[in-house]
Design a binder for this molecule. Structure first.
Ligand SMILES: [Zn+2]
Length: 114
């Protein structure tokens, strides 16, 4: 799910800037500490920042708020196979995105269906 693409479009309509890997941030639950979502910075030069958190699909608590700088893509948390980096399994999924009055974003998650 791409977030911040609207601002990106307003800054550069050429569409020639590819998505770049600017690193990722993992949102972990403040209650049960499980990782619940990943934010991948895909547009590191986008001059915008986003306050984000995720609601935990295990206990209903939330992660702490994190500030993401740049355009980013959010996904559920993937468990990587350490012996084969291309083999990863999604264990959570993003099901909805809620933006509050302060323009802070909460991602709702659910357990991925195996
Ligand atoms: Zn939790």
């Amino acid at each position: 799910m791409q977030v911040g693409i609207k601002q990106f479009d307003e800054q550069d309509r050429s569409g020639k800037i590819g998505l770049r890997d600017g690193g990722k941030t993992i949102l972990s639950c403040a209650g049960c500490t499980r990782p619940i979502a990943e934010c991948w910075i895909t547009l590191p030069n986008l001059s915008a920042s986003f306050e984000v958190r995720a609601r935990c699909c295990y206990c209903g608590d939330h992660s702490f708020w994190k500030t993401i700088r740049g355009g980013f893509h959010v996904s559920g948390y993937a468990l990587n196979n350490p012996e084969n980096p291309t083999d990863s399994k999604m264990i959570t999924e993003i099901v909805d995105v809620i933006t509050d009055d302060n323009e802070r974003t909460t991602f709702l998650t659910k357990r991925a269906t195996p």
